[in-house]
Design a protein around this ligand. Structure first.
Ligand code: PMT
Length: 401
């Protein structure tokens, strides 16, 4: 089975003797269906040529932060956004130190800072360097920062020493990379998500609604399915294909959405309210099309039920994640909604910016809990959803242990 099908792997190669194994690793990743872009540090190029890795990956190799030609083809920020996983193999002691201290003094470290994708490293170094207190301290820092550590292996080393520090074999690295996606972080979890707009009828042909396309909610549903959750997607009227292995319930109005949500709450572990629910609906719906007899008309509106607040009061109560769509004072308003609606997490997005938010392919957001904030930098909704699901799974687990 190709476990990395359509996955974008940004392979960082740093300067160690194990760099020659990167050639083999690219083959293994591609066999699993991944598309691979390679970034090499200056030292890595002393061990293996960019041309070799270019031939194997089928893509130009990126070597410099300040290369106008490379930037014109795919700039470093675009590359950081492209990645579904940043995999650094081999990762030297020097690279680990620079990553642990948040440096951005070459292309690879800059990409690691700029990406929303998970980062994994396969350390490779002399056994004494691996055991050194400074490297172990850097290792602890990286683990705390959720960097996945692949290996190292134990055994005979190129320098003649024996001990820990060998890079694990490419086959094994590719397997571990695949596990980052089929991580099963939501295995056995039932997740209910709302997406898209609601429409509130004025008469048989007119309604009140908003610009939500459903893209963000559908991307979250897909990311949750990929993480192992069983997902029910309650969607307002949108023109999107249903993700595979997803139960979809179509609704029109906020009241219908509330009813559908209530029917799904019995065994719900996580609820995500991504729908742009109309806050108000017409007090009455005309039975016939309203005629334009007057120069002006007034529509009297009444408040719709607040769906996510109702979910947060339900017993048993699922882990509740809301979205805050704001055009001003983004974080302050989102914090207020987190508290007022009694949520576990709120994802704040700026919908005043037409490049993100409603009906765009990209989004940027800040994920807020009572304990802190996490920036999800500008990325495609698919990638932002994957990053959000990683955080939601972590917080859900913490809340349940
Ligand atoms: O669908 P896309 O085009 O991809 O756009 C994505 C999005 C911008 C719609 C999405 O990212 C987003 O921000 N969704 C929430 C929109 C919204 O209604 O935000 P709000 O700040 O008004 O509501 C706060 C929370 O309360 C939301 O979780 C909302 O689902 C929920 N709510 C709101 C009103 C209501 N009556 N019931 C609710 O449950």
């Amino acid at each position: 089975m190709q476990q990395l099908n359509n996955k974008h792997i940004l392979l960082g190669v740093t300067g160690g003797i194990a760099a020659y194994k990167s050639a083999e690793l690219i083959r293994r990743l591609k066999e699993q269906g991944a598309e691979v872009q390679v970034v090499m540090t200056a030292a890595a190029q002393e061990f293996i040529t960019p041309l070799t890795l270019q031939a194997l990956s089928g893509n130009p190799v990126h070597t410099s932060l300040l290369d106008p030609e490379a930037e014109a083809a795919m700039g470093h920020i675009a590359l950081a956004r492209w990645a579904d996983l940043v995999l650094v193999a081999p990762a030297t002691a020097d690279f680990m130190a620079r990553l642990a201290t948040g440096q951005a003094n070459d292309l690879l470290t800059t990409l690691c800072l700029a990406t929303n994708a998970p980062i994994a490293i396969a350390p490779a170094m002399n056994q004494a360097m691996w055991r050194d207190a400074a490297t172990q301290q850097n290792l602890s820092t990286l683990i705390a920062q959720q960097v996945a550590i692949f290996g190292p292996g134990d055994g005979e080393q190129a320098c003649g020493d024996v001990g820990p520090g060998r890079m694990i074999e490419p086959n094994h690295i590719a397997e571990l990379a695949a596990q980052q996606f089929a991580s099963g972080s939501l295995d056995g979890v039932k997740l209910v998500i709302t997406a898209g707009p609601t429409i509130e009828a004025i008469d048989p042909v007119r309604f009140i609604s908003n610009h939500s396309s459903g893209k963000m909610g559908f991307a979250l549903a897909q990311a949750a399915i990929d993480a192992g959750a069983s997902v029910t997607l309650i969607a307002g009227p949108v023109h999107l294909a249903t993700p595979e292995r997803c139960q979809r319930i179509n609704v029109q109005s906020a009241e219908q959405m509330l009813q559908a949500v209530n029917e799904q709450l019995a065994h719900c572990d996580i609820f995500i309210g991504c729908a742009a629910v109309a806050d108000y609906r017409p007090a009455t719906v005309a039975e016939q099309k309203i005629k334009k007899n007057d120069d002006s008309m007034t529509i009297s509106l009444v408040r719709n039920p607040d769906i996510i607040s109702a979910v947060a009061q339900h017993q048993p109560r699922p882990f509740c994640v809301g979205f805050a769509a704001e055009t001003e004072n983004l974080l302050a308003h989102a914090q207020q909604k987190l508290a007022r609606k009694n949520l576990d997490m709120i994802i704040a997005n700026d919908v005043a910016n037409s490049a993100i938010g409603f009906n765009s392919d990209n989004n940027a957001a800040t994920l807020i809990t009572q304990h802190g904030q996490q920036l999800l930098a500008l990325a495609s909704k698919t990638q932002l959803a994957r990053a959000a699901i990683v955080h939601i799974a972590q917080h859900f687990k913490q809340a349940n242990c």
